[in-house]
Design a protein around this ligand. Structure first.
Ligand SMILES: [Zn+2]
Length: 580
């Protein structure tokens, strides 16, 4: 009888374990990634079996389905505020932002199950996993990554609005981004991981890694990640059998010539999370390696990251706090970064010999990598960036309530804001947009401005009751400054939030303005002199009646002050404001 019972028992355990295999594991050739409905059904089933796992739905995505967050908590505490009170850390993992790069989706399902079944959840770290971020793209299943070695079918990069969601974190055009920002600012992770697949050159590694660029990263966090966390991840991945190399950015040149450290500006997930002083990584498995190896490498990376995080939980919490405090005090901020080609480090690189042969398509030379000729050599690693635009923060910014999207995003990101109690005229610094470049064609649904030149002026501007005041004494200072300073590579200005100020609203009729202009010149000798001086400098002006009228108009009190005036005010000196 006893024997029969135990056989039943074993059988039950076995069938339960089998039932918990993921679609990837159940596929014979391990060249299969789970569909959206399979992923959600799998997690729902798992959460019914394990009280230490809970699913949350956040907002919606552009395709109308909610963003599912899987939370693993050893104590079964799922209140983010209580978790912080208990002095626990949070890890946020994002999967499927590019659904054609689905390793993280399948690896996370396996990892969740194993951590639960082996009772191996970390004590000090609550794990939050976005099951699939780009649900829209995931539903659009096919084979859109022509060069990639499996899986058989997978989702499409663009979401329902055809946006690349990994460029959407500042502009937040997609509902996916808004839901992500809600998750981030609800759970407040100290460490973030975004799982991807790379393309580009061929080499021996299955796994490559992008860490927040060290010069751009908060120095307190950079010191820890560059000296401790990253080296240890590399060491542990080598022991796991998936030796890593930094992400190989060298499209048509062989990596022999050196590789460049990736600069994730704020538009990217990890660029955005870095603005929140979150330690951030991107795994990039290599697309030419078999899918199963890529999934297992991603699994091992996540497990290694969790293990180190669990060990260093206290330290990471302390460093995050220290970084937050430092950013509150920080006076100057870099808005752009240029690669330093003069200074580089070196790396041991295991590549394949690159060569050129005649293309059967074009008859012209084509690049190829010869896998029968592996090599190990030292290559250059360009991993230094120089700050290209540095700005002093103001004491506070004033954001007129008219700019609703900015306010919406700031609220979502928990930026502390006060509101003017009354209509108030303030003497403060305003920027006039002196110049900017805009491309002919849109990029991610926008005509992204760059090379912005500013003309700052001290002036009186009337603001209205309810306009927002943002003091720059916040741990989110980087997010605030990098989004509000127009020269920032991913500023709100760059992403067209303020384009209406770039157009003139009024103009004059030449024949009517003639008499007014003549009168103005008579009454204002300085203006007359200014015009005469300009005429001497500019022969075109000297012979054009229209241009001269325009010159007078633009230098007259009738010319609209708001034209090209960036609407966010900068308070530079302590100012008493009546706030509510
Ligand atoms: Zn990607």
């Amino acid at each position: 009888m006893r024997k029969i019972l135990s056989a039943v028992c074993i059988c039950f355990v076995f069938s339960q374990a089998k039932a918990q295999l993921t679609p990837f594991e159940l596929s014979k050739d391990k060249n299969y990634t789970a569909t959206y409905s399979e992923v959600i059904a799998y997690y729902q089933k798992l959460s019914r079996l394990h009280p230490q796992m809970k699913l949350f739905n956040y907002g919606t995505t552009d395709v109308g389905k909610p963003l599912t967050l899987v939370v693993l908590s050893r104590d079964g505490v799922f209140d983010p505020k209580l978790i912080k009170k208990q002095n626990k850390r949070v890890l946020l993992i994002n999967n499927g932002i590019h659904p054609g790069e689905p390793e993280g989706i399948d690896a996370s399902m396996m990892l969740c199950r194993d951590l639960l079944r082996k009772k191996a959840l970390p004590k000090n770290v609550v794990i939050c996993i976005i099951a699939i971020y780009n649900i829209d793209g995931c539903l659009n299943r096919g084979q859109s990554r022509i060069n990639q070695n499996g899986p058989r079918a997978y989702g499409f990069r663009g979401n329902y609005r055809n946006l690349d969601l990994n460029r959407d974190f500042i502009k937040a055009d997609s509902k996916n981004a808004l839901a992500f920002e809600q998750i981030l600012n609800t759970w407040n992770p100290e460490v973030f991981l975004d799982n991807h697949t790379s393309d580009g050159a061929d080499y021996q590694y299955v796994m490559t890694l992008i860490e927040t660029q060290k010069d751009k990263q908060n120095p307190i966090l950079a010191d820890y990640t560059s000296k401790t966390l990253s080296p240890e991840l590399y060491k542990r991945m080598k022991i796991s059998g998936y030796e890593m190399i930094p992400y190989v950015e060298s499209e048509d040149k062989s990596p022999d010539n050196g590789i460049v450290s990736f600069l994730e500006t704020p538009r990217f997930a990890t660029g955005y999370t870095s603005q929140h002083n979150i330690i951030s990584y991107i795994t990039e498995t290599h697309m030419l390696k078999p899918f199963d190896k890529r999934v297992y490498a991603t699994y091992d990376f996540m497990q290694n990251l969790i293990d180190i995080y669990e060990r260093d939980a206290k330290l990471i919490g302390y460093l995050k706090h220290k970084a937050d405090e430092q950013v509150k005090q920080q006076q100057t901020f870099a808005l752009n970064w240029d690669l330093d080609m003069d200074h580089y480090d070196s790396l041991t690189f295991k590549g394949y010999t690159a060569g050129y042969k005649t293309s059967e398509v074009s008859g012209l030379p084509r690049l190829y990598y010869d896998r029968t000729k592996p090599y190990t050599k030292t290559i250059k690693y360009f991993d230094n960036y120089k700050a290209a635009a540095i700005i002093d923060k103001p004491l506070a910014y004033i954001i007129p309530q008219a700019w609703g999207k900015v306010i919406e995003l700031y609220k979502l990101n928990n930026v502390a804001m006060r509101r003017l109690a009354h209509d108030t005229t303030l003497n403060l610094q305003m920027y006039y947009i002196a110049d900017y470049k805009t491309p002919q064609r849109p990029y991610e649904g926008h005509y992204l401005h760059s090379n912005v030149k500013l003309n700052p002026v001290e002036t009186n501007v009337k603001f209205y009751a309810g306009d927002y005041v943002v003091y720059t004494n916040q741990s989110l200072n980087r997010y605030i400054v990098e989004t509000l300073e127009p020269q920032g590579v991913d500023s709100f200005f760059a992403w067209n939030f303020f384009d209406s100020v770039l157009g003139e609203k009024e103009y004059f009729s030449d024949y009517v303005f003639e008499d007014v202009a003549a009168d103005l010149l008579k009454k204002d000798p300085d203006l007359k002199k200014k015009l005469d001086d300009e005429k001497l400098k500019d022969p075109k002006l000297a012979t054009s009646a229209g241009m001269q009228l325009n010159f007078v108009y633009r230098n007259s009190p009738y010319f609209e002050k708001t034209y090209l005036r960036y609407p966010i005010g900068r308070i530079l000196t302590p100012t008493n404001l009546d706030l509510k």
